[in-house]
Design a protein around this ligand. Structure first.
Ligand SMILES: O=C(O)/C=C(\C=C(/O)C(=O)O)C(=O)O
Length: 291
């Protein structure tokens, strides 16, 4: 049973006006259950609605995308069965980012890789996951680096200073979810966001997803104007190290549920040239996930 205050994903997203370039990749989305087939983790901090692979792939086609990168959501913990099932059903058109524990076996890693997993996710958002010592994550890094996998990290902007040494110690590509969740009421050239820009400028292995205006905006829907300068800055500064995703089915939104078609129409407001759109939606995700 989903949480009482859970907002379901938009049942009838509009057809975007913006047409993504051929081969476009939704590089941040999830599958939830269905719970009767893929039970949610006992340690989860929320219980979502079911949102399965068939609905994800139908949305992909509706929005004009070609591929998905499916990211393990914390409601499934380190049980990647729903993710693996979706990857195996995608006919090579999906890759995955899993959650594993430091006790993961070589056989489990091999099975995940064969299904299409190419990274692990470390979630530092305290409302989602109880924090673990750095040694836990370093132990996982030692296991996954030989596979050529990368690390996706999700954290609040306020945590970056404290975790700077850990993030800059990682030997793999590091992909940051949602621009490190900046406080968009602060200026783009203010100290908080410039700390994140410095992370990317000083560490060429660090990438960012320029996704989730619906999570970050204080000015709100439908245009999320206050998020535009932050995403546009990263696209201008680091056009080869950015990714975009719908974040469907949009876990833990409380104020509103976006129309996914409108989220796609947000793309040309931040990636303003065809070259930026090609890199953001095709070249960068293909290099990272389908090389
Ligand atoms: O899906 C997102 O990117 C954001 C959220 C949730 C998760 O990532 C998750 O549960 O794995 C969130 O902010 O609640």
């Amino acid at each position: 049973m989903k949480d009482a205050d859970w907002l379901d994903f938009c049942p009838d997203p509009s057809r975007p006006v913006f047409v993504p370039p051929p081969g476009a990749v939704d590089a941040h989305c999830h599958v939830f259950g269905p719970g009767d087939q893929f039970p949610y983790a006992p340690e989860r901090k929320y219980t979502p609605c079911d949102a399965g692979k068939a609905q994800l792939f139908a949305l992909r086609d509706h929005l004009g995308f070609e591929r998905n990168v499916i990211v393990q959501a914390t409601c499934h913990g380190a049980d990647n069965r729903a993710l693996v099932d979706a990857l195996r059903s995608a006919d090579g058109r999906a890759r995955g980012v899993a959650t594993v524990r430091d006790t993961v076996t070589d056989e489990e890693l091999r099975e995940l890789h064969e299904a299409g997993v190419r990274g692990v996710r470390f979630n530092f958002v305290k409302r989602l996951v109880d924090p673990k010592p750095d040694a836990y994550y370093h132990a996982i890094i030692e296991r996954i680096a030989p596979l050529g996998w990368h690390v996706v990290v999700y954290f609040e902007a306020a945590d970056l200073a404290e975790r700077w040494d850990f993030f800059t110690s990682l030997p793999t590509t590091v992909v940051v979810d949602h621009m490190g969740r900046p406080d968009v009421t602060q200026p783009v050239d203010g100290p908080e966001f410039q700390r994140f820009v410095r992370l990317m400028r000083e560490h060429s292995n660090v990438w960012s997803k320029v996704s989730c205006p619906e999570r970050l905006s204080q000015s709100g829907p439908p245009t999320y104007d206050d998020v535009v300068p932050f995403a546009r800055h990263l696209l201008e500064q680091f056009p080869d190290r950015v990714l975009w995703g719908t974040d469907w089915p949009h876990p833990n939104l409380k104020s509103h549920m976006p129309d996914d078609g409108k989220l796609v129409d947000f793309i040309p407001r931040i990636a303003v040239t065809a070259d930026q759109q090609q890199k953001l939606l095709v070249d960068n995700p293909m290099r990272l996930y389908w090389a």
